[in-house]
Structure formats: structure tokens, C-alpha cells
Design a protein around this ligand. Sequence first.
Ligand SMILES: *[C@@H]1O[C@H](CO)[C@@H](O)[C@H](O)[C@H]1NC(C)=O
Ligand SMILES: *[C@@H]1O[C@H](CO)[C@@H](O)[C@H](O)[C@H]1NC(C)=O
Ligand SMILES: *[C@@H]1O[C@H](CO)[C@@H](O)[C@H](O)[C@H]1NC(C)=O
Ligand SMILES: *[C@@H]1O[C@H](CO)[C@@H](O)[C@H](O)[C@H]1NC(C)=O
Length: 379
Amino acid sequence: MASSAAFLLLVVVAALHACLCHGQDGGGGGAAVAAIYSLGDSITDTGNLAKEAPPGAFETIKHLPYGVTFGRPTGRCSDGLLMIDFLAQDMGLPFLNPYLAKNMSFDHGVNFAVAGATAMDPADQFNRTFSMPFSANSLKLQLRWFKDFMKSTYNTDQEIRERLRSSLILVGEIGGNDYNFAFLANKSVSEVETMIPAVVQTIINATKEVLDMGARRVIVPGNFPIGCLPSYLTAMAAPEPSAYDSTSCLKDLNIFAAKHNTQLQRAIAGLQASYPDAAIAYADYFNSFLSLLKSAPALGFDVGSTHKACCGTGGRYNYDERLMCGIEGTAVCADPSVYVSWDGIHMTQAAYKAMSRLIYHGRYLQPQILDFPENNGQT
Ligand SMILES: *[C@@H]1O[C@H](CO)[C@@H](O)[C@H](O)[C@H]1NC(C)=O
Ligand SMILES: *[C@@H]1O[C@H](CO)[C@@H](O)[C@H](O)[C@H]1NC(C)=O
Ligand SMILES: *[C@@H]1O[C@H](CO)[C@@H](O)[C@H](O)[C@H]1NC(C)=O
Ligand SMILES: *[C@@H]1O[C@H](CO)[C@@H](O)[C@H](O)[C@H]1NC(C)=O
């Protein structure tokens, strides 16, 4: 396990600077998606945390090099676009504007995801045996925003149902931060495992609420193989080779993430049975990421850098919690498009694009419930 000092630093630095993130009609097919509504964390936040954070907080994501590939910082936790952007683009829709950017168009959906958000409310987490550095934007709050938005935009529940009938709703990825914060608080893998049922139930309960509002096409993503992330590889570096699997990732953490995903998939199967008129899919972030790692050279990634942060400094994984991406003294790799990891926690635009294609156009969306306009997303 990790040095505890490293963990403490990660908590402090993350809290001060980083964006720790760690977010149809009957049976699918046919109907065009007119809007996307998204709940989640930094994996899908397109600017909410940057809008919400007061001056001085989370400065790194508000400035270059965040956004460097896009041309300017956008509040996204990457060098450029996220999976949700490629998904929207491939569906022929504009990028999703963040809910807190009140002046922007929400004609084709709203992004309620906030970097750092947890599934559970802070008060419910781990029986309050540790405190969350920043998790006011839980799934419950995002759901309230979603309901407020729909109520203020449409006149009746029936109108809301009609709108949601032609919409796609993403519930997650969320929950990753519940675990991140527990690990940061020195909880062991077996202790953090005890949180899984409540985290999964929180996600499922939120999904039910969305379905009860009238949603008929819903995607619920699982967790990444977090044992492959430079942040965890650094914080939990183990001396013994047996701690690593064949992809050089930390076994225990990947097994942990897989347990979350197994429970989530089982619960989604329950939802599918309870809502036979809805198309509900599990997005397999875990196996699509492992697939990306395995085919990294073919996908254009530098095979020697798949476990290294593009933006950061130091150590085997180019990650140091005291010198995270965006802090003075860190460097950005020459070509983010050949890196998988952007800042040690989040992926590069290139990796998100590859993931989006693997999942939404491939076999990692289970079942496939999306239709894309011809030729979109094929490149
Ligand atoms: C919103 O738009 C109005 C009118 O265009 C403008 O005056 C205002 O500054 C904008 N607010 C924000 C937060 O951008
Ligand atoms: C929280 O407390 C309950 C009851 O005391 C216990 O069963 C459960 O395992 C605890 N959960 C965690 C995550 O500690
Ligand atoms: C983690 O454990 C170490 C020593 O065991 C301690 O110094 C540190 O404060 C702990 N961190 C947290 C967040 O509790
Ligand atoms: C999920 O919803 C059920 C039924 O309303 C409730 O009893 C349960 O406490 C909820 N669980 C969580 C984790 O929110």
C-alpha cells in the first residue's frame, strides 16, 4: 500500500488545486435523440466546477495547459474534449453546455456533471468516519438541478415526459470519487469495498427517478480500472511485482473497481426488468479502457507512456501529488495525442475519443441503444 504521507499530500494538494475526480422509445433504436442530459463528475463536467469555484479555488482547470488542445481552457479536466463531447458530436448535437453557465443554450441538453462530485451525499459516506474534501455536488443535488431545470423549461409533467422520451440521459460515471476520497482518507481496499452497495444503490435510485420522470433511453457507466491510473500507481506503489497484473496495473484496485461494476450491472439488470419500455444500457468503462491499453500502439498511443501522465512531473508515472498538472513547475508532454493520461487522473482528448468510439460505437455499450447519423464517429 501507499505511503500515507503521499496520501495526505494528495488530499491537501487536491483540495487546494486539483480537479480531483474522481460523471428513445421503448427498447431502443429508431427515434432520434433531440437532447442529452448528463449527471456525473469530472469525467463529463464541461465547465460546472470552473463556474462554481470561487476565485482562487481549482485554479488549475481554469487555465492552460488545461484545454491546450482545444485552444483555450473550458473547465474540462483534460487537454481538450471529453467522451460526452464526442458522443454529442457523433449524434449530430452541439456540445453540452454546463448547467451553471446560465447564459448558454440548453436547447439540446444540459450537463449537470460537476468535477469532484460524489454519488452519495457527504453525510451518508462511510458513516461519517472521514470527511469529504469537497463533495457538495452529489448526485442528489444534480438531480434537483435536473428537476428544477425541467420544471422551469416545460409547463407540465406530461411535457417533461415527452421531452425525455426523445432524450438520452447519462447517469454517471459517478461514484468514483466516493471511493477516491475514502482511499485518500487512508481506508484500506477491504474497508472501501463496504461502501459499494450503498454507492451502487444511490446510482440506481437516481436512475429510477430519471426513469420515473419519463426517460426512455438511459446510459449508466461503470468505473474505470483505477489501478491503471498514474495517480493510484504512484500513491499505492508496491514493491512486490505480484501486486501488478499483466497490464502493469495494480491488481487489488482493479479487482475493487470490477466489484463495483459487477454490482452495478446486476442492479441495472433489475432496472431493465422493472422498466421494460425503457432502453437502459451499461457503459463498460473498465473493459474498454483495458482494450485501449492493449491496442495502444494501433490506436496511435506511445506504448512507453500509457501509464504516464502527459502533464505533471516526476517519478515513474510522471505524477507527483505535490506538483500536479497546472502547478508552476510542471511540464506538458510535447504531444498529448500520444498519451492516454492527461494529468494522472483524467485522460487526454485522444484517449477520450478512442474510448468514446470503443464504447458508443462498439461492444462496450451493453446493450447498444444508440443510433448515429450515417458515417458519424467512424473515423
Ligand atoms: C448573460 O447575458 C447578458 C446579456 O447578454 C449579459 O449582460 C450578462 O453579463 C451575461 N452573464 C454572464 C454570467 O455571462
Ligand atoms: C456503517 O454502519 C453500519 C451499521 O453500524 C455497518 O453495518 C456498516 O458496515 C458501516 N459501513 C461502513 C462503510 O463503515
Ligand atoms: C493517513 O495515515 C497517516 C499515517 O498512518 C497519517 O499521517 C495521515 O494523516 C493519514 N491521512 C488521513 C487523511 O487521515
Ligand atoms: C434507495 O431507495 C430506496 C427506496 O426509496 C430507499 O429505501 C433506500 O434507502 C435508497 N438507498 C439509497 C442508498 O439511497
